[in-house]
Design a protein. Structure first.
Lengths: 225, 225
DNA sequence: CAGAAAACATGATAAAAATCATATTAAATT
DNA sequence: AATTTAATATGATTTTTATCATGTTTTCTG
């Protein structure tokens, strides 16, 4: 089995501040789990017994709102941690996690995280900083949602995905989402998401081929109102 | 000068996990500051040299969005900390803080917070937990903004304010906000906020007298669509 | 207290977005 | 490969919300 000490994913998150000793323990305890596209990793309201670290693939965090629609709160890629907050705050999960494509996760039991949090000042402070930093995009998203048009939010979503998850060899966004997924991120009706993407295509801001989307005019997308 | 060790506000936040020793130091360093309604406590992008603890009064955290409108992200009352995140993450402030009424704040220099964070495991873990818990309402607000109508958001805002800040002897909300403030919280045009509050009044969900608002039908407000 | 300024109110209209309806296309299943 | 199912697309319509306009009331200020 692969070792956490050498894992690339680890360098992207606060596990990097663990001591070699601690990492070895994590390595010994962790299990690797595979999920297929659409699989539920955990559900809202579950009690988690550990955190998940994304080794490959992309997951989404969603919440079912009162009107029955799913709202996607965040996309998570390589190195990002799932369930960290629930484990730290000792609360049930607030959101569901679903695999957006085939995904490989390392599951680290709660204890291997919580014990070092109490013992290793560096680790603890690092996690503290990362949580503090997590709040900024949360606020940013709230403001976007409140102040920007659906069209603008869609444009920003496309730009965000390209920025964070990159493009494949053909230049298309590396993350493949359905129109419904886009609607769920942007917070709009599926038909509206479809319409806006069609419009962006007509305006030559993007090129689409099925679910594959390529940003062809980044500056144009940034100017969308 | 009043002592932090006995301060009631402290019991509401993570400063409560400091040792008596640490609290005495904080007490010795802290300064009390008074702001009048409308005063800016700090601006977006400032570097903070400490955190503020609300002793009395209410403040709002806002951000100026690209379209020139202010979005209120959070209201803060007694015991809540301002600037905690910026100090922990060592980043500039993301939001501005403005006094909504006359307010009394204790200013605690950065060092008195950061040093204990590195030395006192209990304190550090407590702050960690409180940050983890802070993310939940942030997500909740995002989903509300995305999935609920302006009318629903207004109804929830009124209920929230009553729940968190309570009512005065006449039963009116304890926090006095302008219609523009409400618009900024709900994320809508000021005219829309005015219109909705008028409608709520017509429907006997609330009673208003100038800026004083009384919830007269809580259940009705909860049913608003 | 008078005058100015800000906040509140409300109508009319325009714009944005949701909903409903119905094709069409793509993907999955047998 | 044929059939079913799901996803995408687009038109028509309604609802929601923003914007513009204008008047009234309240609050502030000299």
């Amino acid at each position: 089995m692969s070792k956490c000490e050498q894992c690339i994913a680890k360098q992207l998150n606060s596990l990097n501040s663990m001591t070699t000793e601690e990492l070895k323990k994590v390595s010994a305890c962790k299990t690797t789990r595979y999920y297929k596209k659409g699989d539920v990793i955990f559900d809202e309201g579950e009690t988690l017994h550990g955190v998940f670290c994304v080794r490959s693939g992309v997951a989404k965090l969603t919440k079912l709102s009162a009107n029955g629609k799913d709202q996607t709160v965040k996309l998570l890629g390589k190195g990002e941690l799932l369930g960290q907050r629930s484990v730290i705050s000792d609360e049930r999960t607030n959101l569901s996690a679903v695999a957006l494509n085939d995904i490989e996760l390392c599951f680290v039991p709660k204890n291997e995280i919580v014990t070092p949090l109490h013992e290793n000042q560096n680790f603890s402070f690092d996690v503290l900083q990362s949580l503090a930093k997590d709040l900024r995009p949360a606020e940013h998203d709230l403001i976007n949602m409140a102040q920007k048009s659906v069209k603008q939010r869609m444009a920003e979503t496309l730009i965000y995905i390209q920025h964070v998850f990159g493009v494949d060899s053909s230049g298309a966004l590396n993350v493949i989402l359905s129109r419904e997924d886009y609607a769920s991120i942007v917070g709009t009706a599926t038909e509206s998401a479809i319409r806006i993407l069609s419009q962006f295509k007509k305006e030559k801001l993007i090129a689409t081929s099925g679910k594959h989307i390529t940003i062809t005019d980044l500056e144009g997308l940034k100017r969308v109102e």
